[in-house]
Design a protein around this ligand. Sequence first.
Ligand code: ZN
Length: 150
Amino acid sequence: MTKNLFRSAILIVSVALVGSAAAADCETTVEANDAMQYNTSEITVDQSCQEFTVHLKHVGKLPVASMGHNWVLSKTADVEAVSKDAIAAGAGNGYLKADDSRVIAHTKLLGGGEEDSVTFETSKLKSGEDYEFFCSFPGHHALMKGHLKF
Ligand code: ZN
């Protein structure tokens, strides 16, 4: 009797492990703080994901006007131009040029305590291309950036 219970327990644990290994994690949470930092510098998107979701949480307390954060994804080669146009677009546009085709995905610009999510299709990504995510608030890009791998 005890032996059977033990076997059942082993079986349940095995099934749970196989289950978690099979399903790729097609989402991630990124935190941004009042020290102008993300809590991650690299995101890996599994090739088996059709869509990928990024949840951005501003865990600080400062308002959007002084410490606004967003999460913007583009090719590394486009980041500088996107960033420049974002600053020109100004606060009223959330520091992003409207309908910028170089931007693959982006969240809203957030103040302390706020959060937003963005989901994009991975068909927009090419394997082997360099992608970078960054905050487009003026002056934040230097510290708030990271690589996205596909
Ligand atoms: Zn920022």
